[in-house]
Design a protein around this ligand. Sequence first.
Ligand code: FAD
Length: 393
Amino acid sequence: MPQRAATIVGGGIGGLAAAVALHRRGWRVEVLERAPEFTEIGAGISLWPNALHALDALGLGDTVRALGAVEAVGGVRDRQGRWLSRTENAELARRFGHPLVVLHRADLLRALADALPADSLRPGSEVSAVRDGGPCLVVDHARGESRSDVVVGADGLRSAVRRALWPEAAGPRYAGYTGWRMITGPLAEPPSQGAVTWGRGTRFGYTALLGGRTYCFATASRPAGESADSSEYAELLRRFGSWPDPIPDLLAATPVDSVLRHDLYELPPMSSFVRGRVALLGDAAHAMTPNLGQGACQALEDALTLAHCLDGRPDVTAALRSYDLLRRRRTQAITRRSARLGAIGQLSWPPAVLLRDTAARLAPTRATLRSMTPVLGWTPPGDPVTTTKNESP
Ligand code: FAD
């Protein structure tokens, strides 16, 4: 078969991972990114065992693991700082083959970009249209046009490819809460255990990064589009400055101008991720709330699965139909599950909060881990240990 070509719209985690997966299978790839460079925001990212299996299959597992921190224990605390549940990372690794690894987003993106030929990366190339060019597809972008056998829309929550080719698809839906993210400076004594502390309509989480830094995130139920009166840092101090240790110390160690705030959205379920020779992937297909820390993990799974489906199959349309079958039900179930967890985490009515915290305290860790098997137990297609549990979280 002559060398085939793929145009990937969007150079985030999903787009770059798809490019790496196809490049490793002999495809010519071109990644069109609207931003002037390939990079990510100043925040951390949790990679669960399923994502590490995908990265291993991309040949990047060891590289990424070397960039990330593995905490011994993580869990959930109540507003007074008492543990409601705790999970040992070693147990996660025993069950699912890998522990939870947390790293800086920019490091993950660099690892993916470095695995691609430099001339396949096209920054400053905002895509405006995808057209049928007869034997090939044509993508119009800020630097001209690109022709290929398949187009992958990996252009995120507000995907231009989705809007152009799926005009009937519903747009992003606000989750009802906003999120802050920040990374502390190096701490002499960083927290030894990661935790999410549940309040009333608010949450604050933290987890270690390499080099003594800590990645922190927080949520609050607020209307969409709001921003802090003075600064987001001052807003965080006002909301969380008196929360249990180590939260005040983490805030004190955070550079004032480094706090990121984003309202949190999800995408209502689409009826298909593919249209002819075009496939959507990652947030463009199934943006989800961050409650399970699975958005990027699912984008990595998508990337691997897409390349697997296209491998050696001359009929691109049929290959993409297989991709849709393998990915849509699973990712949409995880999106729903993430939304449910977010609704629980954001509870604010005191009796409901008490009930939630009591239930979390009483739930056996083993049962919690078992319930995560459909999400975390994924292995790449074609892998001998892949099982049907991958299909129905
Ligand atoms: P994106 O990262 O959005 O990338 C899309 C790319 O396309 C961007 O680079 C953009 O510039 C580009 N683009 C857009 N339009 C165009 C165009 N017209 N032409 C060319 N380029 C274009 N997931 C996890 O797995 N673990 C976590 O711990 C985690 N934490 C999260 C915390 C928060 C607060 C949030 C909001 C999300 C979190 N996620 C997490 C989810 C994760 O960030 C996303 O699912 C993931 O980044 C999606 O990657 P993507 O490549 O699909 O999309």
